[in-house]
Every structure is written in C-alpha cells, then in structure tokens.
Design a protein around this ligand. Structure first.
Ligand SMILES: C[S@@+](CC[C@H](N)C(=O)[O-])C[C@H]1O[C@@H](n2cnc3c(N)ncnc32)[C@H](O)[C@@H]1O
Ligand code: SF4
Ligand code: SF4
Length: 359
C-alpha cells in the first residue's frame, strides 16, 4: 500500500468512528465500487436468484465506460467486477482495460472461474486485476456440482483456480476461495478448510441469505435456514483443524460471527462498514449502497455524484450503518476488522482462553 492509499484508508476509518461515536449523520464517502456487469450467469446455483430469470436491457459497453469515468471523478479507490458471472460478458476484459487506462489502479474480480481459461486469465491479469474471489461451494465434485447446478463445474473451477494460484507470486495476487455456507454444505466446513490449506489459498465464508438483492427466491429461504446443531458440530471440527494449523483459515472472531449469524442475522452490535465502503451499480444501472439497499435511481437518469451527495441517500446510509436493515452478513469480516476488540478476542483464542464451541 502506498502512503496515499494508507491516508485514504485512515480517513475512511476515522470517518466510520466519527459516525459510530460522535455524529451518526456524518457522511462517509464510498471508496469501493461494486459493478454488477451482468445479473445473468452460466451456472444455476441453488442458492442464487441470478439465473432464475433472464435480465435484459443491461448497461452497454459505452454506458459502463461512462460509469467508470464518473467513478474516477468520484475518486473511487477500487473497482470490483462482479455479477451474475462477469466473465460471460464479451466486453468484460475491455472494461477492465478501460478502467486501468483512465486511472483506476485497484481492480478485483468475483467469479465462478468457469471461463477463467489460460487465455482469459492472461488477459485479465494484463488488464491489471490483482485481486480475485473464486467461489467453491463444496470440497468435492459431488457437493459443489450439486449446489452449482452443473456437472463438471468443480473440475473446471478448481483447475482454473489452481492455475491462478500458480501465478500468485509473479503478479502479487490476492486470492480468496469463497465458500457460501448453507444448509446443504454446512457439514463440509472442515473439509473445505482442508482443501483451502491444500491449495494454500485463503478461505472466506460467505453466509447464505434470501434477504438481499440477487438472492431473493423462495427456494433460497430454505437453504439459508442453517440449523444450530449442524453448524455447531461443523464448527467444532473446524476449530480442531484450525488449532492444529490456522493458516489460510478464517480467524476465531470471524467464526464466532458465523456461529451467531443464522440465528441472529442482524447482529446490531457490530455496525456495518460494508454499507459505507461500497457504491453498487447494478447491471441495468441502478445506484445502490449495499446488499440490502433497494435502489431507486439509475445512471441512465442521473449522475452518480448527485445520488451519493443527496440527502435521501445519506439518510439511507446512516440507517444501514446502524444496521437498521434486513441483515445479511455481507463482509462481516471487514466489520470485525475495524473493531479493536476483535484482535483481543483472536489473541485470547490463540492463548486457549476462548473457544468457539464448548465441548
Ligand atoms: C453472486 S456471486 C457473483 C460472482 C460469481 N458468479 C460467483 O459465483 O463467484 C457472489 C457470491 O455470492 C455467493 N452467493 C450465492 N448465493 C448466495 C446467497 N444466497 N447468499 C449469500 N451469498 C450467496 C456466491 O457463492 C458467490 O461467492
Ligand atoms: S452464485 Fe455466481 S455462479 Fe452461482 S448462479 Fe449466482 S452468479 Fe451464477
Ligand atoms: S448487513 Fe445490512 S447494512 Fe450491511 S450490507 Fe447487509 S443489508 Fe447492508
């Protein structure tokens, strides 16, 4: 991180603290833009709503380029390309290159990696993307392919993930393997941890929800209802794995949050930094603030800056920061990282003075 980047981050964190402790109406400007290049997909994950209905009239290449120029003017620090599956858009790499050329220095990609072939990986790296989340929802083909709705998905995703990992040192990549915890795969938590350690890639646990944008579907509600006993059993074994070797695994504080999440999705005592950090542009141009924020205005009607600076948007953001929201667990790890008590909790766990699940 450069000195300027440290200063930007420090200003953002200070803004959060002012908002939490001094002035709840204090406005924190977003640093990261999450671009849903498309809400369509080449997989059919049982936990996701993207593929259930075809989304039409998505932003064109030129419209996305205009969005990127506006983000530069807004001094957005980092752009995340996501979806749906962003790599099914023919212009995905063109947009990444354009972002780099107009001065966006940090770029991230969320992908199922099905289309992250050798040629595409080279293009994406050449365009300047240095951070990746690759979704793996099971430790073996049977469980992953069942959840992802396509036979052979595990083999392709793993092959492309392994090749990306092989490039990690050369390009100084940040790579995370995203596992979305749901009813169907909760018992596989210890095995997915072992897989992450075998691949030497950081494991992040996403938490299934049916309450937010992209995931609202009747069938998802059932999957997001993870039973306490099954979660506890899986976490107990995961804790044993982690006690033996904690490398690449979520920290104690993250797992403690996961343990609470399905019974208490809002966890209001931990304010939501995600809602302050991000600006979300949906595939048809709607301008949103976080996963639980249903946007009303579109880049097709109004400049992004006018929305971000409006009273209504700021009021919504103050509400989301206090977690007066549906609660979705998005980026809970970031929410924990900005709290000093998190480090104390993790330290106590390392000293065996804290335990995730009592035996
Ligand atoms: C919507 S996908 C978009 C990027 C890409 N298509 C992928 O699968 O990685 C982003 C993340 O959302 C996760 N996800 C899927 N269903 C979810 C749900 N019901 N609740 C929370 N996250 C979910 C996916 O597993 C993935 O890690
Ligand atoms: S989670 Fe990702 S890969 Fe799966 S259907 Fe949704 S957008 Fe597609
Ligand atoms: S927890 Fe609430 S405020 Fe945070 S991202 Fe989810 S819906 Fe938004």
């Amino acid at each position: 991180m450069t000195i300027t980047e440290c200063a930007v981050l420090a200003r953002f964190l200070a803004g959060l603290k002012i908002k939490e402790w001094v002035r709840p109406e204090h406005h924190v400007r977003p640093l990261v833009a999450e671009l849903f290049l498309t809400e369509n997909c080449n997989l059919r994950c049982i936990s996701c709503a993207c593929w259930r209905e075809r989304t039409r009239d998505e932003l064109t290449t030129e419209e996305w380029k205009d969005v990127l120029r506006q983000l530069v003017d807004l001094r957005i620090h980092k752009v995340n390309f996501t979806g749906g599956e962003p790599l099914i858009r023919k212009d995905a790499v063109e947009l990444m290159r354009y972002a780099r050329d107009i001065g966006i220095r940090r770029m991230h990609l969320n992908t199922n990696a099905i289309r992250l072939t050798d040629a595409r990986r080279a293009e994406v790296l050449d365009a300047g993307v240095r951070s990746f989340n690759v979704s793996v929802d099971g430790p073996d083909a049977a469980s992953h392919d069942y959840i992802r709705g396509r036979q052979g998905a595990f083999e392709l995703t793993l092959r492309h993930l392994e090749r990306l990992i092989a490039e990690r040192e050369r390009h100084r990549l940040k790579i995370r393997m995203n596992f979305t915890v749901m009813k169907t795969n909760v018992a596989a938590l210890p095995d997915i941890a072992r897989l992450a350690q075998r691949l030497r890639v950081r494991l992040y646990l996403n938490l299934a929800t049916d309450r937010t944008f992209l995931f609202r579907a009747d069938a998802v509600g059932e999957l997001a209802a993870v039973a306490d006993e099954r979660l506890e059993e899986a976490l107990r074994e995961l804790e044993t794995v982690s006690r033996a070797d904690a490398r690449y695994l979520p920290r104690y504080s993250d797992l403690a949050y996961v343990r609470q999440h399905f019974g208490e999705p809002v966890q209001r005592s931990v304010p939501c930094a995600e809602s302050q950090l991000k600006l979300m542009i949906h595939s048809r141009g709607e301008i949103g603030g976080c996963w639980g924020h249903d946007p009303r205005q579109s880049v097709r009607e109004i400049p992004i800056a006018n929305v971000v600076d409006s009273e209504g948007y700021r009021a919504e953001h103050a509400r989301l920061f206090r977690k007066d929201c549906v609660g979705c667990g998005a980026n809970y790890s970031l929410n924990l990282r900005v709290r000093p008590t998190t480090y104390l909790d993790d330290g106590l766990w390392r000293l065996h003075l804290r335990s995730l699940v009592s035996s």
